[in-house]
Design a protein around this ligand. Structure first.
Ligand code: NAD
Ligand code: LMR
Length: 337
């Protein structure tokens, strides 16, 4: 139907975001599909060749989003589910992505969202425990440092918790760090991937710039400014949106990118490694039992949690500042359930 060059022009953007080999059947659900993240995320997942079926659920608007996204000419099928159809939305689902919940307004911290989002995430996790107990759960809803432990404890209570299948999505920090480092070093972002460890809020976001290409060339005040921009990139968007919410489009991109990495691992591809916030032994002796670091993804989800490697003195300081804050956030989540 298309001339060869036209096909290539259309295919390029998605092939940069997604890669795949021979695919198994992967049904993916988005809970919160009607929202600022949920809608573009659903659209991007519709373009992922590894997604064979999309289940879109929200307390409002998901059937409309599904009808719209469902017209995109890729092979996957799309179904939308209304507020009272959560169990049906989760039937046979392999991966559940959760962007449901309220976003920040200027002046708020992510922790200020806890009171509203904690119960939303807990209730959705309980539904997954009941209807899709073997699904992999990707948590986007903030505060991620607390919502992930909430999901873990909810699944544990239902006796279906497998730490290999629970992920806090911290990919936006990686995307920002990569983009911002490329900006200050005048490089291509594809040449400057950055590992970001810790958690997902202000001082708990710890970019390991010294391990990235060109990262060591940034020093002094320039380094401080770069680290600050990575740690507080979310605030930049909240401020610019001026009361209309937080990052949605870059988050949808990051969410689709992480989902694709997980699906590639589940599909048997080897060597898929990316940072994500998981139940982790790395700092458990300091009371931090969830931590983001490079994780190898495989057919069962988390295959290997990589240590964070050598740090500079500055990075060591950032990590030391992150640990107590992270511990507090995790305990708050655990105590909620
Ligand atoms: P939004 O308000 O635009 O959308 C949220 C959606 O969730 C709405 O459509 C709403 O109807 C739905 N929802 C609410 N309760 C629900 C429930 N019980 N079941 C299903 N759906 C429900 O918000 P947004 O901008 O899409 O942000 C969503 C969340 O993602 C926020 O908590 C935000 O802080 C977080 N976020 C996280 C990251 C990250 O890096 N992890 C990045 C950006 C935003
Ligand atoms: C982000 O990093 O953009 C998100 O966590 C949303 C926010 O509240 O900043």
């Amino acid at each position: 139907m298309f001339a060869r060059s036209a096909v290539r022009a259309v295919a390029q953007p998605s092939s940069r975001l997604f890669s795949s080999s021979a695919a198994r059947n992967f049904k993916v659900a988005v809970l919160g599909a009607g929202g600022g993240i949920g809608q573009p995320l659903s659209l991007l997942l519709k373009q992922d060749p590894l997604v064979t079926s999309l289940s879109l659920y929200d307390i409002r608007g998901a059937p409309g989003v599904a009808a719209d996204v469902g017209h995109v000419d890729t092979a996957s099928e799309v179904n939308g589910y209304a507020a009272d159809q959560l169990d049906q939305a989760l039937e046979g689902v392999k991966v559940v992505v959760i962007p449901a919940g309220v976003p920040r307004k200027p002046g708020m911290t992510r922790d200020d969202l806890f009171n509203t989002n904690a119960s939303i995430v807990r209730d959705l996790a309980a539904a997954v425990a009941k209807s899709a107990p073997e699904a992999h759960i990707l948590v986007i809803s903030n505060p991620v440092n607390s919502t992930v432990p909430i999901v873990a404890n909810t699944l544990e209570k239902a006796d279906v918790f497998d730490p290999r299948r629970l992920f806090g999505v911290t990919t936006l920090d990686v995307v920002r760090a990569t983009r911002f480092l490329a900006g200050v070093t005048d490089a291509k972002p594809s040449d400057t991937p950055v590992t970001v460890v810790g958690g997902h809020s202000g001082p708990t976001i710890v970019p390991i710039l010294s391990q990235a290409n060109g990262g060591k060339s940034v020093t002094g005040e320039k380094l401080d400014a770069l680290v600050h921009r990575i740690q507080f990139g979310g605030d930049e968007v909240v401020k610019a949106k001026d009361g209309a919410g937080s990052a949605t489009l870059s988050m949808a991109y990051a969410g689709a990118k992480f989902t694709n990495s997980l699906l590639r691992g589940l599909n048997g591809e080897k060597g898929v490694i990316t940072p994500t916030f998981v139940k982790s032994p790395l700092y458990a002796d300091q009371g931090v039992d969830f931590f983001a670091s490079n994780v190898e993804l495989g057919v069962d989800g988390v295959e290997k949690i990589h240590p964070i490697g050598e740090l500079t003195a500055e990075e060591q300081k950032l990590l030391e500042a992150a640990i107590p804050e992270l511990k507090k956030n995790i305990e708050k989540g655990k105590n909620f359930v």
